[in-house]
Design a protein around this ligand. Sequence first.
Ligand code: OSB
Ligand code: MG
Length: 369
Amino acid sequence: MNFEKILLHRLKMKMKTPFTTSFGTQIDRYVTIVEIIDENGLSGFGECVAGEDPLYSEEFMDSALVAIKKYFGPLLLQSNLSHPKEVTELFKPFKRNMMAKSGLETAVWDLYAKQQGLPLYKVLGGEKTEVEVGISLGLEKSDDIIIEKIREKVEEGYKRIKVKIKPGRDVEMIRAIREVFPDIPLMADANSAYTLDDIELLKQLDEFNLMMIEQPLGSTDIVDHATLQKAIKTPVCLDESIDSYENAKAAIELGSCEIINVKVGRVGGLAESIKIHDLAKENKIPLWCGGMLEAGVGRLTNIAITTLPNFVLPGDTASSSRYWEEDIITPEVVAENGVVQLSDKPGIGAEVDFEKMKKVLIQTDEITK
Ligand code: OSB
Ligand code: MG
C-alpha cells in the first residue's frame, strides 16, 4: 500500500441532548476524521474517538492529534505495507496512544477494502449481514425522566437498554426501572465509579436480573474486578480496563469478567479487535461492541467489526440520529426495529458527505511526505 497524504478533519458536532456519565457531561462532541489518500487519489476514512478531556482514559483529542502528527502519520507515509494488519506492528515501538493509532489504522482498513472493491466487514472476516443493536442512555435528573427515555427506545425496537449509574444513582434507580420494565434486556454501566468498599451495594444489584454490570471498578483494574465477580451473580463486563490482547487474556485468566465490551479505538484498532475477538471466542467470553459517541465513520467501523461471530450481544451502535441532527455520512446509519443492515458497498459502506461535514468543520490539517 502506498500512502500519499493524510488529512485530519477536525469537527465540532452539537449533540441533540447532553450525555451524562459518572465522569461528566458531554454537550459538544469534538471529532477527528482521519482521511488517508493513496497514489491514485482513493481515500480511506477512520475516526479518532478520543474525548475532549482525559476523563474516560488518559487520551484526549489534543494528545491524539499531536501523536498522529508527530509519530503515527509520518510513520505510515514512509511505510511500505501490504496489508492493514501490519499497521499495529509498525506503530508498536511507540507506546499506547491507542485512539490515535486506531484513527489511522481504521482509515487504512477502509482504504484497503476500497482498493479491493470489498465491504470492510467482509475483509475483516465478518459473517453477519445484519446486526442487532442496543442503546446507551446517560444519567438523568430523575427516575421518571430515564423511565420515559427507556420507554421511547424500547418502542423504537432497540434490543438492549444500557443505563449509566453512579454512587447515589444506582440500586433505587434500577429498582424503579425494573418496576416499570420487569423483562427488558437491561444493563448498567458505572464507568469505574465504585471500589471494592461498595461490594455490599453492588451485590444488591443481583436481584434485578441485569444482563451485566459494565466497568464497576477502577479504569485500569483487573484484580479487584476478579474479586467482585466472585462475590456477585451479575456478570461483570469490562470496558475501560481492556486495552489490548494481553490484558484481555489476563482478565480472562483471572476471572475478572464474564463479558467484554470491545471498543476499536480503546484497543488501538481493528487488527487488535480481531485478536481479542478470537481469544474471547476460544474462551467462551461473549462480546459486544461499545461506542464513544461516534459520528458516522466510527459508527460504521464499529458495525463492521460487530459482524464477527462472537459479537453475540447487541452493541452501543445505535442509529446516527441517536446523537446527531445530521450525521456526516450518506446514507446515515439507521436501525430498523433494532437491526442495522450491512451495506455491500466497498469500505465502511457509506460516503463521507463533504457538504454535511463542511457545516461542522473547524479545520483540516495535512500531513505530507
Ligand atoms: O462507557 O461505554 C462507555 C460514551 C462515551 C464514553 C464512554 C462510554 C460511552 C457510552 C455511549 O456509553 C456509547 C455510544 O452510544 O456511543
Ligand atoms: Mg462503558
